[in-house]
Design a protein around this ligand. Structure first.
Ligand SMILES: [Zn+2]
Ligand SMILES: [Zn+2]
Length: 398
């Protein structure tokens, strides 16, 4: 990785600069370097550099970490890996600026959009967090109402008035004479950019937009039992509207990560239990931790339990999002053949085997020879574990 320039140096501010100064410096640089405005070859690179510096210095926690450790994530990071930013801005500040600069706006007669857009974000949580419910803090970037003018877009003493050019409609009608006769076409008013309103003294910070790029943190309560793909709406925390118009919402879509131990199917959980072959023959109680911290699972493995047998433990699955009632935990038994038996133990088992062979009238006498029996067992064991991997322990493709 290339060595990075100091973030303060990039923005051209003192180390002790307050947020207002940092924001001003950033907006000024960002405007002059925006790829739509500045065609110098290194403009885009510098634009990215400025965005990165601002994204750190405008966030008090990241800035403190940067000052102390030279790393915005601090010595060990703070778990922001749960949030997938790429879904909001396609990986950077690029789009926030496109909307800030009015780039990519509709052509023709459509009135300019002044309401803020909804923003989407993906939040990844663990299966255990989905089971218990959790509160998550999400940090993200958005256009938020300008703090210096309270979103009005006007400087102190200034005011907003109806655009005289379009009489507040945001549209102007052009009449052209062509060989086919008169042609009327509507276009967006060039004076007010289609908003229908103008300000006589625009706020310096937001240049009359009433909104500026900023960092935001919101707390979201994730209810227990949530499934991947379900989303929560945080009202008015999306993109701010132009000059005080309504903000969009922040739509948080949850993705429940796969768990190493448990697999979810509806509200039921599946898990694999490795049971010793002798325990499977004689029966045993299998104990394990559940998905919730206080869960103590004990599954009764019956005498003569078979490979792949499913033991249901009621009420130890996931809670239903609607009712809170928990599904079942299904323990899928896999049998491990012990390989550490002593000579004495093997001899005891051999005597059992001999007894069974005699009882069956010598039908399995060709297996009575100890070495051959051992070989067969090995081969069988290997085949079995390969097959299990291919099928997946729960009989469905993974
Ligand atoms: Zn106008
Ligand atoms: Zn402002």
């Amino acid at each position: 990785m290339e060595s990075k320039r100091d973030y303060y140096e990039v923005l051209g501010v003192d180390r002790g600069a307050d947020q207002r100064t940092i924001k001003r410096a950033f907006l000024k640089l960002a405007r002059s370097l925006h790829p739509d405005v500045n065609k110098e070859p290194d403009a885009e690179q510098r634009f990215k550099e400025v965005n990165e510096a601002y994204s750190v210095l405008s966030d008090e926690r990241k800035r403190a970490n940067y000052d102390q450790y030279g790393n915005p994530d601090g010595p060990g990071g703070f778990g922001s890996e749960y949030v997938d930013m790429s879904d909001i801005f396609g990986g950077g500040f690029g789009d926030i600026f496109d909307s800030f600069f009015g780039g990519g706006g509709g052509r023709g007669a459509r009135a300019a959009r002044t309401r803020g857009r909804d923003m989407g974000i993906t939040l990844r949580i663990s299966l255990a967090e989905a089971a218990a419910g959790c509160t998550k803090t999400i940090a993200y970037d958005r256009l938020s109402p300008c703090e210096d003018c309270n979103g009005s877009g006007t400087a102190e003493g200034g005011k907003e008035t109806t655009c005289e050019h379009c009489h507040g409609t945001g549209r102007v009608v052009e009449v052209q004479r062509t060989i086919f006769g008169q042609m009327q076409s509507q276009t967006t008013c060039p004076v007010c950019n289609g908003s229908g309103r103008v300000v006589d003294q625009p706020c310096e910070t937001c240049q009359g937009e009433g909104r500026t790029p900023s960092h935001e943190t919101v707390k979201v309560n994730i209810p227990a039992g949530i499934h991947t793909g379900q989303s929560l709406r945080v009202e008015s925390m999306g993109e701010a509207g132009v000059r005080g118009d309504a903000s969009g919402d922040l739509v948080v879509t949850v993705q429940v990560l796969e768990d190493e131990k448990f697999e979810r199917q509806g509200d039921d959980l599946y898990t694999v239990a490795h049971v010793d072959a002798l325990d499977a023959i004689l029966g045993t109680t299998y104990r394990m931790d559940g998905i919730l911290p206080d869960d103590e699972i004990s599954a009764t493995i019956p005498q003569g339990c078979q490979y792949g047998q499913r033991i249901s433990v009621p009420g130890m699955g996931m809670p239903s999002l609607q009712t809170g009632i928990r599904g079942d935990l299904i323990v899928v038994v896999q049998i491990s053949t012990p390989t550490d038996l002593s000579k004495q133990q093997l001899e005891l088992i051999r005597s059992v085997q001999r007894e069974r062979t005699q009882a069956q009238g010598g039908a399995r006498s060709q297996n009575a020879e100890p070495q051959a029996a051992g070989k067969n067992r090995d081969a069988g064991g290997q085949k079995r574990s390969k097959g299990a991997k291919r099928r997946g322990p729960f009989g469905k493709k993974r």
